[in-house]
Design a protein around this ligand. Sequence first.
Ligand SMILES: [Zn+2]
Length: 474
Amino acid sequence: MMRIFLLSALIIFSPLATPIEELPEMGAPSDSVLTPIEEKRLGDAFFRNLHRHIDINQDLEIEDYIASLGNSLASHSDAPAHSFHFFVVLSPEINAFAGPAGYIGVNAGLILNTRTESELASVISHEIAHVTQNHLHRAFAAAKRMTLPMAAATLAAILIGTQVPELGQAALIALQAGGVQYQINFTRDNEKEADRIGLQILAKSNFNPRSMPAFFERLQQSTQFLGRDLPEFLRTHPVTSSRIADTRARADKFPYRQYPDSLHYLLTKAKLRVMTARNLENTVVYFRSRLNRGTPKQQAAVKYGLALALLEQHQLKESHRLLSQLLTAFPDQPQFINAIAQAEIELGQIAAGLKRYQTALRRFPASRILRLEYAQALLEARHFESARRLLTPYANNPRFPLLYKLLSRAYAGLGQHGEAHRYMAEYYYATGNLENAIQQAKLATKTAAGDRIVAAIAEERLRYFKAEKKARKK
Ligand SMILES: [Zn+2]
């Protein structure tokens, strides 16, 4: 989970190490806005670049939750046709940020610091409003003064800047040296508008409007004790007392009622707590001390968190026992089916583990999450052909690069090394590692000699990656 950020700082401004697409220039500097195609190209390059510097979540269940929450909120914005891509960053910092082309990142630290799902939804709605109101268009248009890789790298550096203080500083110095005026700064008017529009999204999506002023106020109060460790979110979105007062006045106009958290939110938080734990023993203590408290859903989430932490610690029998209890109460909950199957596979009860997925898939044959989790379990059980068949329809997804890697593993297990290298090349390209992408594409052309179609695809991709590398050197 920890990365060497100083090294990243060197990579990001080295012209040899930054990914690029075929067109090195973004457009005429005189144009004040990006066309949708330019913005999409910038957004995709930005997202590939981000993987080099921050730990972007690769867990399917976490991805499924943030995508469903984010897309549901976006569907209630005044630009429901705008495309968004929501993702979780595995960082303890409290932050969320919007990049070009609707890429919205939410840190694990922010999710874990929300007390209700409405609080999380209020931050995401606020970010959606920054996108739909074009608050970042000036910053994106400044990208036209740079090459695409420089623009993508700069946006990545600025948007994750204070998470990685050295990188943020290095980015700003390099930009100033190049005479480039470039910063993300939301004005007070932008912030107020994002609050106002975000609040509408929140209310239309059936979340508690009062949670927006409540969460922002709590963040603001916490900084009085944090001093220099101001959450990154507050640096890019300065919260003032008048802003909170305005939002509260608007929120108070909505009728008061209860807004229960979804089980999905509670389970996601529990899993993220385990995934980002520095010390699993402490995490086990944390969950044990909270057992049998709160509503049935809250109790289930605590038990689930404990079961996952024990699973990580290979205390498989207790984990399995807890998950069996959960399944008795919630027989169709995919997270519980997935976790108990993992426990069974680790206990050596492979047939029983795989059968969990088969049974669940008979009931929910269209469930993408169950199919993909089953494919991962099949890979672990070395059932490569079944895994390959399940993964293939989902594999071409540069926004979730793990799927390329899983498919590569399936092909490697089947002894089809040309395909295995070809998919690894796509994995590296999608995660901003052009050198490794080229290396894997070369290996694919060599090992696919018998299969002319695979060899031809690999050669075409190799040419594409090499062209990018060449363009980058200009
Ligand atoms: Zn803001």
